[in-house]
Design a binder for this molecule. Structure first.
Ligand code: CTP
Length: 397
């Protein structure tokens, strides 16, 4: 897997002669696995064509703050939500000033204001402009806002002057972007995650299960691995792709999940119970296909053991995060689960709406612990997972 695989990068191209290098930057980011969308400023479009950037990025180039085709006409919010990082290369003195001032007078500056992903800027301009107090003050402001500055290089400039101000090399710019995704916050930590739906056999043909796809759990697996953790993933029925970097253990029933969790729990620092575990299994499931005989069929169900609650009771208990899939009295039910199961965190997941929760790509949740009740707004499951982990690391480690 490349360092930018599955990462969404917005490349802002502003008004500088070095905008001609933007297609090369797009390519370098793609070579590292990223998907790239370009925002071209009005001044940037004087130096490079939209068509060229569209062909290379294989995505529509954005330039209009008032895009009628974007959902609800709020393209800047859609783009900000999509981005895992925003890179401005080349960043002109004017664009840098706009961002430092927090202006929202074009699409690029508006996306940046609405964004909470890492922001990187690669200035490119004449050396006198670059060395000016105003520009340097603006860069200092941006650094204090955690913006990463990719310093320009020295050399012969387009205007004939010699000195600092040339855009950094595209390959080095792409590498700096990739560096933002190397986190060491969970280095040395072992994480066990359950995910997906368990399946309880009725007979060799039929079963009882649920709508879980495993996507939320897998997003957490990916986020933990990106943060440096060593992950064991115990998964049931899923419709998503496994991460080759985790130790993946397949199970079918709730009982099998219970056994595999208990076999692997020793030495784990963190347990994340994201699986939708069947609360009941069929007593005396039939070995042969059950035939209809015109009458009713009664199945006797017996309760399954609660994996999360039992892990929380262990003497050497890892830090435990559970999920609460709820359709009504959500906060009350989730708080009850936090207390009754004895876990450290519950992620409250509303599963009754069609566009969030089970079997879709987006989610919105509430992070609950004894001291915290924090809403994580609707976004892709990958982003929600990252946010959950960020809060978890801050609150629980
Ligand atoms: N869970 C578990 N083992 C079970 C049932 C649930 O580990 N046998 C875990 C889930 O993985 C989740 C949490 O407990 O992290 C809550 O699951 P949920 O289905 O929301 O609630 P239940 O405990 O099953 O209670 P109810 O179905 O009554 O809401």
């Amino acid at each position: 897997m490349n360092r930018l695989t599955n990462k969404h990068i917005i490349l802002g191209v502003s008004g500088s002669i070095s905008a001609y290098k933007a297609p090369d930057i797009v390519r370098r980011l793609q070579d590292l696995g990223a998907q790239v969308k370009v925002i071209l400023t009005e001044a940037g479009a004087k130096f490079i064509t939209e068509l060229c950037l569209q062909s290379i990025s294989k995505n529509k180039v954005h330039h209009n703050l008032w895009d009628e085709n974007a959902e609800l006409g709020m393209g800047h919010i859609e783009l900000a939500k999509w981005a895992d990082a925003i890179l401005i290369a080349p960043a002109s003195a004017n664009t840098i000033a706009n961002i430092a001032l927090g202006k929202a007078n074009d699409l690029l500056s508006s996306v940046i204001l609405a964004n909470d992903a890492p922001l990187l800027i690669a200035p490119a301009m004449n050396l006198k402009m670059y060395q000016s107090h105003t520009l340097q003050d603006n860069l200092s402001t941006l650094i204090s806002h955690h913006t990463i500055i990719i310093r320009p290089e020295s050399g012969k400039q387009a205007c004939g002057d010699i000195g600092i101000g040339r855009l950094a090399e595209p390959s080095s710019i792409a590498k700096q972007v990739a560096k933002q995704f190397i986190s060491t916050k969970l280095t040395g930590k072992k994480v066990l995650i359950t995910l997906g739906a368990t399946i309880e056999a009725i007979d060799p043909v039929r079963f009882i299960s649920n709508h879980s796809s495993g996507k939320m759990g897998m997003a957490l697996v990916n986020a933990c691995i990106e943060s440096g953790a060593s992950v064991t993933c115990i998964y049931g029925n899923i419709t998503t792709t496994l991460n080759a970097k985790s130790n993946n253990i397949s199970i079918v029933s709730a009982q099998q999940m219970y056994t595999k969790v208990m076999d692997n729990i020793a030495g784990q620092n963190i347990f994340i119970a994201c699986a939708a575990v069947s609360d009941f299994s069929v007593k005396n499931a039939s070995n042969q296909k059950i035939k209809k005989d015109g009458g009713d069929l009664t199945l006797e169900l017996v309760p399954n053991k609660d994996i999360l609650a039992d892990v929380c009771k262990l003497k050497e208990k890892p830090i435990c995060m559970g999920f609460a899939a709820e359709t009504q009295n959500m906060l009350k039910n989730a708080q009850k689960k936090l207390k009754n199961k004895g876990c450290d965190v519950i992620i409250l997941n509303k599963v009754s709406s069609a566009d969030s929760g089970f079997n879709v790509d987006e989610n919105e949740v509430i992070f609950l612990s004894q001291n915290l009740n924090k809403k994580i707004g609707k976004n892709s499951k990958q982003k929600v997972a990252k946010k959950i982990l960020e809060i978890f690391i801050k609150e629980c480690l």
